[in-house]
Write a protein that binds this ligand. Structure first.
Ligand code: ADP
Ligand code: MG
Length: 544
């Protein structure tokens, strides 16, 4: 059995405990910021080792116990789900705001003034973001590629990142109409063969036939069907044998013969149903019985079985067909049409490529790579690119990256601070300082002295070069727009708002109940007098 003792931290102690947890998190992930960020080696839940500098993945896998740290992780999750990028920035900013608050408390500033100053600073900063933004036309492929590369450069193989950024731009452009992107028309298909560079974008919907046995001995199935009609079947395709068995008892040669005839008739009826509906491809979500596949093949009907549910739905949308649960439902309305259906064999992967004859066409990205790990990673990176390109197309605005925007905001906030009440302006200035840790951190991960870099960057901004940030590829301050380092406006808006909300929430908490959980197990016995909340304890935070 186990027992629990609770300890209560109030006021300054509670805040200090939250700040310590938040800062520890910033230390843990700050070094991963930017394309030159340090790679971290992590052991995933299943014991697999992962090497990454992706903030979101790291937080995902960290074993976090302090409730304050958990709230900071929520910042990352929120950022990742809402906009899909800027997670490391948001977390770094949150933790720096907490850290700076501690210094302000030590100077005697009341928590209320700190949180109010932070709130004002973030509102001003978010407003100013609009005027810092650069408009991007939906067909400005170069800028779209820049936004995609900025999001993923350094996350993995650099050449591959450029390839994926390009593929993502082409895919998004293909499914974009008047500035709106229909992501349901993009399919990512990992293929474990070939090299990363063999990855391609193809017209049509590529369906995996991995678990489907399309070859039938002695039968030459068509590889390419023009003007195809597809039946999309949602249940197992077989003849109903239970019926057959209950109708005849298998005890005499004559009844055996009857059974065979019954079966043959049943198969014939099934095949006839497909033939009558002019079907030439049957895609089935479950299995198709061998005899039936053979019978269908003799009518030149291609069968694909065990197709995933989500792919069935995509097929229905792409071919304007419906899923049916019995052959009786086959009709001109339920069957789908396609310009062509093609079987493709890539390495050890079989694909069915369906090209529609309708306006809203599908595209598929065939992501190639030697191993499952490689293609999984390609998929993650490509998804990230697609997300960022979509945001850029739909919102039409980007900001210079590499810390340029944070430097600009910091400068504007310091100007703004001059007009704020004396004590609260310290909090506004602290907010500006926190923003500047972004270019500073990018500098230090790129091996450049962060203080020198900041001095030079500030000087350039003072001269009016608003787009100058630290190019981590060269280690030099450069125009981020010319260097192609840009991020969607919405990503930064979210990061700033998110960080302010989380930091302020934690700073307002002045009551933490730490429940120390005491096990009978060896490791913790007799050790509950320790005030170390990072290990063993289960503290709960109460906000108000
Ligand atoms: P993550 O995606 O790992 O969570 P963020 O998106 O929050 O990290 O931050 C990545 C930072 O790296 C952004 O500030 C972005 O502008 C910056 N960055 C990307 N490419 C470059 C580059 N070539 N030079 C400088 N900074 C870059
Ligand atoms: Mg990013």
């Amino acid at each position: 059995m186990s027992s629990t003792t609770t300890e209560r931290l109030q006021g300054a102690d509670a805040r200090e405990s939250n700040i310590a947890a938040g800062t520890a998190l910033a230390d843990a992930i700050g070094t991963t910021l930017g394309p030159k960020g340090l790679d971290k080696m992590l052991v995933g839940a299943s014991g697999t080792v992962v090497v990454t500098n992706d903030g979101a993945s790291i937080l995902d896998r960290m074993d976090i116990e302090h409730p304050a740290a958990e709230l900071v992780v929520n910042v990352a999750n929120n950022q990742a789900t809402k906009v899909g990028d800027g997670t490391t920035t948001a977390v770094l900013l949150t933790a720096k705001l907490l850290n700076k608050a501690q210094k302000l408390f030590e100077k005697g500033l009341h928590p209320f003034r700190v949180t109010r100053g932070y709130r004002r600073a973030s509102e001003v900063a978010i407003n100013r973001l609009d005027s810092a933004a650069i408009t991007v036309a939906p067909d400005d492929e170069r800028r779209l590629r820049d936004a995609a590369s900025t999001a993923v450069t350094g996350k993995w193989d650099d050449n591959a990142s450029a390839t994926f950024a390009d593929l993502a731009v082409r895919a998004v452009r293909a499914v974009e109409t008047d500035g709106t992107v229909d992501l349901s028309r993009i399919t990512l298909r990992p293929v474990t063969s070939g090299g990363l560079d063999d990855s391609t974008l193809i017209a049509g919907l590529a369906v995996d036939m991995e678990s489907s046995s399309t070859s039938i001995e002695g039968v030459d199935l068509p590889h390419h069907i023009e003007d195809a009609t597809l039946a999309l079947v949602d249940t197992e395709l077989t003849i109903d044998e239970s019926n057959a068995v209950s109708n005849v008892s298998v005890d005499a040669p004559s009844t055996l013969q009857a059974l065979r005839e019954f079966e043959n008739d049943a198969y014939a009826a099934k095949v006839a149903a497909f033939v009558d509906a002019d079907v030439n491809v049957v895609v089935c979500q479950k299995s198709i019985d061998d005899a039936l596949r053979r019978a269908l093949a003799s009518e030149d009907i291609l069968t694909v079985e065990r197709t995933r549910q989500d792919e069935m739905h995509k097929l229905a949308a792409a071919t304007d067909g419906e899923l049916v649960t019995s052959v009786d439902e086959l009709s001109p309305k339920t069957v789908g049409d396609a310009d062509s259906v093609e079987r493709r064999h890539l390495g050890n992967t079989d694909l069915l490529v369906v090209t529609e004859n309708r306006d809203s066409q599908h595209v598929s990205l065939l992501l190639r790579g030697g191993t499952q790990h490689v293609v999984d990673e390609s998929k993650r990176i490509t998804e990230n690119c697609i997300r960022v390109v979509t945001l850029t197309v739909e919102s039409g605005q980007v900001l210079p990256g590499g810390g340029a925007t944070e430097l600009r905001l910091a400068r504007e906030l310091r100007d703004y601070a001059d007009g704020v009440d004396d004590r609260e302006q310290l909090a506004v200035r602290a907010f500006a300082d926190a923003l500047e840790t972004v270019p500073q951190t990018l500098a230090s991960t790129a091996g450049v002295d962060p203080i020198d870099a900041l001095v030079e960057l500030r000087a350039r901004h003072h001269d009016g070069d608003h787009n100058v940030g630290l190019n981590t590829a060269t280690g030099q301050p450069q125009s981020m727009v010319d260097s192609g380092v840009v991020e969607p406006l919405v990503v930064k808006q979210h990061a700033v708002a998110n960080a302010e909300e989380a930091a302020n929430m934690l700073l307002r908490i002045d009551d933490v109940i730490a429940a120390e959980h005491e096990d009978n197990g060896d490791e913790t016995s007799g050790d509950h007098a320790s005030h170390d909340h990072g290990s063993g304890g289960y503290p709960w935070a109460i906000g108000h």
